[in-house]
Ligand binder design. Sequence first.
Ligand SMILES: Nc1ncnc2c1ncn2[C@@H]1O[C@H](COP(=O)(O)OP(=O)(O)OP(=O)(O)O)[C@@H](O)[C@H]1O
Ligand SMILES: [Mg+2]
Length: 248
Amino acid sequence: MNTSDPIIEFKNVTKRFGNLPVLKDITLSFRQGEVVVICGPSGSGKSTLLRSINRLEPIEKGSIAIEGQVVGNAARDINAMRQRVGFVFQQFNLFPHLSVTENICLAPMHLLGLSREQARQRAAALLKRVGLAEKGDAYPGRLSGGQQQRVAIARTLAMEPPVMLFDEPTSALDPEMVGEVLAVIRELADDGMTLLCVTHEMGFAREVADRIIFMADGEILEDTKPDVFFTAPSSPRARAFLAELRRA
Ligand SMILES: Nc1ncnc2c1ncn2[C@@H]1O[C@H](COP(=O)(O)OP(=O)(O)OP(=O)(O)O)[C@@H](O)[C@H]1O
Ligand SMILES: [Mg+2]
């Protein structure tokens, strides 16, 4: 793959839930190193767009390619591809009966074949990176929401995916913990990681994103640079959405 090729490419992707169209003929690509914020009203299809990338949601028509390879329906394709695309959820989904270090080591040992010692070293380095060097032996239930989300990010990074997807990573957090999680994501962005992030944190979007995608009713209404999006969005829906956020 050439580095200028898209790392993720949607071609005419369509999906419905029952009769409800949720993704309407989406054609879209992301380049390596891009930091993209996806926003839009509730129910507009943001999570579905993200989840369709690693087939947490199957699509009906069109294709999605990752690193130049169209992902087919075979389970082996999907598993190989899921290792290339890290996903961080709103709810952290850590295993409660495993320590922080064990949570991080699990996938690299089972899927990448790292030895326990190699995996533990990787976990220790990642915990340091997310500011939790002291928490390796703790169990998730003893950590704050912000700490759990940082562990979840470390766990995803342990697979060394070239792309990370975040679906509202701070929406389940108390306000005082939002900043610590956004700071970790911002560092990943600064390190050149390809990031797609659904978020309502518009301050973060403005400062960190290279590109903002605004969705409504299963369509992409804006796909532009943050300064354009925040000062002169072209669609009335985006103007209304921003006005609503400012009032909130
Ligand atoms: N599993 C499902 N079955 C049926 N309908 C669904 C399912 N998942 C999502 N939907 C519907 O599809 C539409 C898009 O949902 P999606 O979760 O992608 O929106 P969203 O933009 O992420 O919204 P939010 O901001 O609330 O997270 C919504 O109308 C939703 O109710
Ligand atoms: Mg959502």
